[in-house]
Design a protein around this ligand. Sequence first.
Ligand SMILES: Cc1cc2nc3c(=O)[nH]c(=O)nc-3n(C[C@H](O)[C@H](O)[C@H](O)COP(=O)(O)OP(=O)(O)OC[C@H]3O[C@@H](n4cnc5c(N)ncnc54)[C@H](O)[C@@H]3O)c2cc1C
Length: 438
Amino acid sequence: MTEPVKIKKPRGVAQLIAGACIACGARCQSVCPVNCVEMTDSGEPIIDAPRCIGCQKCVKICPASALEMYFTPEEQKILAELAASAAPVEEEIDPEAAALARKLAQYSGVWVFVEQTEGEPAKVSWELLGVGAELAAKLGVELCALVIGEKVEHLCREAFNYGASKAYLIDAPVFFHYRTEAYLEACCHLIEKYKPEIILMGATGMGRDLAGAVATKVATGLTADCTGLGIDDKRNLMQTRPAFGGNIMATIMCDKFRPQMSTVRPNVMPMPARREAADGIIIRDDFTVPEESILTKVIEIIRDTNSKGAVDITGADFIISGGRGMMGPDNFALLQELADELGGVVGASRSAVDAGWMPGDRQVGQTGKTVRPKIYIACGISGAIQHLVGMQDSDMVIAINRDKNAPIFEVATYGIVGDLFQVIPAITRKIRELKQKK
Ligand SMILES: Cc1cc2nc3c(=O)[nH]c(=O)nc-3n(C[C@H](O)[C@H](O)[C@H](O)COP(=O)(O)OP(=O)(O)OC[C@H]3O[C@@H](n4cnc5c(N)ncnc54)[C@H](O)[C@@H]3O)c2cc1C
């Protein structure tokens, strides 16, 4: 028996119906997979017909039905013959692309992992719900919390207060302490079952450990330490982070695998507003892991007593940071005096830390802490990109530098060009005077 001859169905090319375009904002251009749509100044599309692959995406998205498919007379004849006969037709679209689109379409929803230690949530989880809500709104999908632990149902309700509409909860004694194996199995179980398209985790010790393990097991991509997240016109997550030693900002996409996974450091995203007693749905899952199967046992938790006197710069409202321009460790006393007047803390650039002038926990920047104070005063800091990524989202930045071309002035709300050894004592004096007058 001979195989029936397959006839290739003509795909045609898109064309504009004269006078029908309403200049909706280039939706046709944004969906074109081969970039063959150019826009005129008046917002109408010009279609490069030889490059058009006849996918019809622009025709389908046009809100004014101003685009149609054009078929040559020969193509019209083939279409008519096909319609009249029962001849098999070749798959109309690229089968590989169609299979990928079908795979990706199975995934939906933005998930935020709610990190907790002994039931205490990490603030970064709520920050991630804030940015997660924006992503979910753009995609038109649900924002969900992923809560794993023992006796942690209260965290689902708190996640609703910060914007989640659903929480996936795995609550069992084996999850009381964080252990990679147990949390990994629990996460992968839920991912396999509910197929989220995006998962966000804090770039903390726990989040970094878990995200890497999960991404490896579910065979997807992970972008660590993102400083910006958005959605492109093909529903992909745009994950922006410093790359090549912080010299460029790279936007990374994971367009062939799901879920798309990112970690974000604490204080990078703003804290969303909290709504009291917000509603949401809790999906309880009785998944558990036998204790015997976990190699890691937590015998005792020993708190770090060395960090007793340590200052947590990430929570401060006022940070006065010094860089190489401070010229030596003793001069940081000037910054401490100002910090005391403002009720703030002293931070440092990496150069100051590397020189041994300040301890490592004061370092602000890419390899230090990310801070978001009300006021950040940068003294004798040039403003290298690695420093800026750690402080540029502060509510107000005041820069003091004797070099008027220092890059720090590009992110400063107020810039003082001058010698910090004169400027800082003058500011401190002025604040004291104002306080006395009160
Ligand atoms: C992978 C990588 C990660 C990094 N991570 C970090 C990080 O986390 N944090 C970080 O800070 N850096 C980081 N760095 C280093 C960063 O590139 C810069 O080298 C560093 O931030 C410079 O520190 P600075 O601004 O104190 O020193 P400098 O760049 O030397 O600037 C000193 C500034 O002080 C000014 N100045 C001098 N004297 C006075 C005065 N009397 N009055 C006023 N102004 C004065 C000068 O005009 C100058 O602008 C990283 C680098 C790499 C490659």
